[in-house]
Ligand binder design. Structure first.
Ligand code: GLN
Length: 194
């Protein structure tokens, strides 16, 4: 059976992730309810608003179900708000905001400033010959990164792309350009495509 990668579709930039995954030849499914997790090979958690997503994860019943799957090692790629939701420590979060705590990092919400401080830059990514053009929008800043976390790209000495086991996170939006290399890297790393 063809592997299917889920895209969390409660809120935010999920359609662009589906497009990027299609570009690397992977079938996708929008995930809005616990039953949509069934049989997935991996999951992408998009950017958007982590507080809203946290609320919707709880009200949809997805939070606990998904947490179990993540702890069991379901490969996941969280971008921007998705990274906040995966982090073990969230700084400047709302008091009721929940995160899955499956990667040993501390992230500060809006750590690069407000909407007006959004920016684009070229990143050197481990294993990639050409730089990757990255779009940062009210991005979370990684302020601590545990020993077990592999840093795959940095901006001004701060990790912005990192991986620990089954969990990959990016502070920026890799789905907002035509360049699907990071989606390709994610699915290949976990053996979903060759
Ligand atoms: N600042 C947003 C948050 O806290 C994240 C921004 C984004 O995903 N582009 O959730």
């Amino acid at each position: 059976m063809e592997p299917v990668v889920g895209v969390l579709a409660l809120q935010g930039a999920f359609a662009a992730h589906e497009r990027a995954l299609a570009q690397v030849g992977v079938a996708t499914r929008q995930v809005r309810l616990p039953e949509h997790l069934h049989g997935l090979a991996a999951l992408v958690m998009p950017g958007g608003e982590s507080t809203t997503m946290s609320n919707l994860l709880t009200s949809s019943g997805l939070f606990d179900e998904l947490k179990g799957r993540l702890i069991d090692g379901l490969p996941v790629f969280g971008t921007c708000a998705g990274m906040i939701l995966l982090a073990s420590e969230v700084l400047d979060g709302r008091p009721d905001q929940r995160s899955f705590g499956v990667i040993d990092i501390a992230v500060r919400r809006n750590g690069y400033g407000r909407q007006i401080d959004s920016f684009e830059t070229d990143l050197a990514v481990v294993g990639e010959a050409e730089p990757f053009h990255a779009v940062f929008i009210r991005a979370p800043k990684m302020e601590r990164c545990g020993d077990g976390v592999e840093v795959l790209a940095e901006h001004d000495g701060v990790p912005v792309l990192a991986r620990q086991g089954s969990v990959t996170v990016a502070s920026f939006h890799p789905e907002l350009t035509d360049d699907a290399r990071l989606h390709g890297m994610f699915v290949r790393h976990h053996g979903i495509i060759q």
